[in-house]
Ligand binder design. Structure first.
Ligand code: AMP
Length: 191
């Protein structure tokens, strides 16, 4: 079953967890630009060297670098029958570049995971304690929330204006609860 799904939502909403589960359930690759960039950093590639400090500060890696990375990934065979995009596009420039590269067919449906900002900061700080991600401290978390509001949130209007529906999902609750909401909303959308 081919599906091209985009996950949107503020940092800490649980996007990564839900996207990984849904990708597994649908049998499509989970394409997370954050994961790809963290891997580039850990491997010390040219891209990783350029991205490292930017990511630690919670800022966005330059659009041209990320767009090229995603285009290469989408060209791989496993993405031919659908994929789940997580963390990309992050702004309108990236969305336009993706549309230009694919004739506007890259995203069929968007899932918006919604959680209040106070809950997000609490979750991200507790994740910092557990995983020790370099970009999980309070200043960086606030920066990432601000960038989300300013740069990423406009995509919530961008896609519907192009005939791609955005399905809002309440991100509060257990991982299982939220996952069940996503699955039933997608089924309804297909309905
Ligand atoms: P994430 O795991 O999606 O929260 O991404 C972690 C960090 O990687 C972000 O704070 C950015 O620094 C960088 N990043 C991930 N995806 C993108 C993107 N599409 N454009 C620019 N920077 C990105």
């Amino acid at each position: 079953m081919g599906r091209r799904i985009l996950f949107l939502g503020p940092p800490g909403a649980g996007k990564g967890t839900q996207a990984a589960r849904l990708a597994r359930a649908l049998g499509v690759p989970h394409i997370s630009t954050g994961d790809m960039l963290r891997q580039a950093v850990s491997e010390g590639t040219e891209l990783g060297k350029r991205a490292d400090a930017i990511m630690k500060a919670g800022d966005l890696v330059p659009d041209d670098l990320v767009v090229a990375m995603v285009q290469e990934r989408l060209g791989k065979e496993d993405a031919a029958c659908g994929y789940l995009l997580d963390g990309f596009p992050r702004n309108v420039t990236q969305a336009e570049a993706l549309d230009a590269a694919t004739g506007g067919t890259a995203v069929e449906v968007t899932i918006l995971l919604d959680v209040s900002e106070d809950e997000l900061v609490a979750r991200l700080l507790s994740r910092a304690g557990e995983l020790g991600r370099a970009d999980d401290n309070e200043d960086t978390i606030r920066t990432r929330q601000r960038i989300y509001r300013e740069e990423t949130e406009p995509l919530i209007g961008y896609y519907p204006a192009r005939g791609v529906s955005v399905i809002p999902i309440d991100g509060l609750g257990t991982i299982e609860d939220v996952f069940a909401r996503i699955v039933s909303s997608l089924a309804e959308e297909d309905g």
